[in-house]
Design a protein around this ligand. Sequence first.
Ligand code: T1G
Ligand code: NAD
Length: 703
Amino acid sequence: MNTPVTFERRGRIGLLRINNPPVNALSLATVTGLIEAFDAFEADASLGALLVHCDGRTFVAGGDISSFDAHDFSAAPYNTLLARLEASARPVVAALHGTALGGGLELALACHYRVAVPGTRVGVPEVKLGLLPGSLGTQRLPRLAGVALALDMMQSGRMLDARQALEAGIVDTVREGDALSVGLAYAESLVGDEVGPRRASLMQASMAGLAPGFFDKAMLDARKKPGYPALEAIVRCVQAAVRLPFAQGEQVEAEEFEHLRQSTTSRGLRHLFFAERQAAKIPGLAQDVALRTVASVGVVGAGTMGGGIAMSFANAGIPVTLVEASEEALKRGLALVRKHYEASAAKGKLKPEQLAQRMALLSGSLDYAALAGCDLVIEAVFEDMDLKAQVCARLGAVCKPGAIIATNTSTLDVNALAAATGRPADVVGLHFFSPAHVMRLLEVVRGEKTAPEVLATVMKLAGRLKKVAVVSGVCYGFIGNRMAEAYLREAEFLLLEGAEPQQIDSAAEALGMAMGPCRMLDMAGIDVGAKTVIERAKAGGLPADPSYRVLVRRLFELGRLGQKSGAGYYRYDGRKPLPDPELRNICEALAAEHGIARRSDINDGEIVERLMYPLVNEGARILEEGIAYRPGDVDMVWVAGYGFPDFRGGPLFMADQIGLETIVERMADYGIGRGNAFGYWTPSELLVRLAAEGKHFSTWRPH
Ligand code: T1G
Ligand code: NAD
């Protein structure tokens, strides 16, 4: 087993070398190795300076996140080492390359000098894990880079590039070359010039140039995001850096860090950190499966989704051919794409030359033959089985051998569409989320005949599109929409029973949902929602419950299509949703029609339970059926595609915190209270078993 840290002499320089692939994370063994290496340096007085360098693709990218769950985790040994490093009477230099992040940047800040090679990025992204820098970063960074920038870096988690780090005083010089040579040369020059140590802890974190009330405003802003307590804690630590001696500031940081480390919020965000990376791994798929080239893409249908999908590829520098059914539709589609880009340019998110570049990557045609040379073709025509099967058959004939054919269907049978192409091995579902050029989630639907290399190719491609790809098996609605069905079903019943859209949405948003179910459907389009229910009814897939999602279908019949028609669950003043008494009338009529009792005692607690527990239960069914590989995949789908609060770790992680036993009990209560003729409140076998065994989704593994 390779030792993660070694120490050697390089002339007058001691070289402390870290080598813990893939990102030199600070595992326990690495910290132990660092301490031993520094002992060796201290023991050899003949050395003039110490260089801290990392092998591999990056300097230390932070503490080992997987170690933070350990109940006996402590940052103290590492922090003590950093204090010894800084106290060294001989200069200590850090040579930076790759991404020096979190505990890695804190290591560098404890050194006296920092040199970087071009391409280096530095940052303290702990806030993304619900944490704060726990190795004196909250005390040293404000002293080196100034209070305002340090606070911003810690609260945003954004990285600085080498030039910005130099301007900020975080690094002392940026030099071409490999980090080791640059570092050794710099250390040598310090020894040669007899330059002594320079300790950040002895510097002042000055408030110079900052407006009065700087911290009051920072604290007010932090409190606007109650789901992220780390933001407030960071303000308190930086205030300590300004107002208290270093050692007392260190104490404040240690207490805040430990409190956050044990918090459900941070555990949820840490869970998602690994869930996102695990989602990219497909069990049973060889690591070295040969990938197909994707250098040109075709999109059939330039509507809401087709346009956004084309933008996702153009944004990644991949040329796209859009094929439409009519000249008018093609023009409309391309004009909408240009409008989106112009809106980004107007916000300064896109330079004019970038806009021109991206539009130049897009071409349109009415002729399917224009797709013959594409490596990947994605169909995004209306959600109609017959139409899609026709389109897939044409693609099966037109696309070149080896091309991948994908469908963006939300709900239809991917295996049937694959069969329609006549080459099912080349077919996969690529379910983008609206707006496709914005939403990070990509559900990759694995058909029963999808070839391994097709799956591997699109998973890799997702990274180029900056998407989080999660694999789903074939079933109605895949992972996300299938769970959303249970969620939307209960939202509807709550409305028919007397709850108001604004009450339901504010209860969901108080939980942390980016948008409640009523506003979400109004934004996506009531027609889109209704059509999926109608299509499902046609395919005989609906429960035998005559009142099942009757409201969305009635709104569609009434032309209340949501935001785009000015009324849906709400009426709209522009984009502003306003309560609409007419909706209560519609609900009262439907409730009477279906014998549903109206109530006035529906509270937020009931709303959240009725929205979330069936959703969690459907997630459990999806796991036991093998539609999703891991609970983390289900959590990633909801966090990256449905605005589920990441600080709750996703619906299944949240369920573990609530307690599966409680969820099973509450579902039984609702089943009794509301009747369970259609099985809405029947917990899945997996949920019942885990609850009975006192287990959690987080420890569940497929057989
Ligand atoms: N701990 C453990 N594993 C880590 C890790 C970490 N800090 N960073 C990455 N990995 C694993 C990751 O799971 C994956 O594993 C592999 O490395 C490659 O990562 C005391 C408390 C560095 C920008 O938050 O942002 O320091 O899936 O796929 O896209 O104050 O990883 O291959 O098995 O993401 O090239 C602060 C987290 C920690 C940085 C590289 N640091 N990492 O991105 O590769 S808290 C962070 C990243 C801390 C101190 C506190 C990115 C990256 P596997 P990858 P990448
Ligand atoms: P849309 O109505 O906005 O666009 C569909 C486009 O397909 C239209 O422009 C139409 O002219 C074109 N078209 C129809 N027949 C065609 C043909 N034979 N050849 C070429 N083009 C043809 O619909 P949308 O919302 O973009 O949905 C498209 C697909 O994406 C559907 O399967 C839908 O379920 C799925 N989807 C939609 C959303 C969403 O939120 N809208 C999200 C995910 C997936």
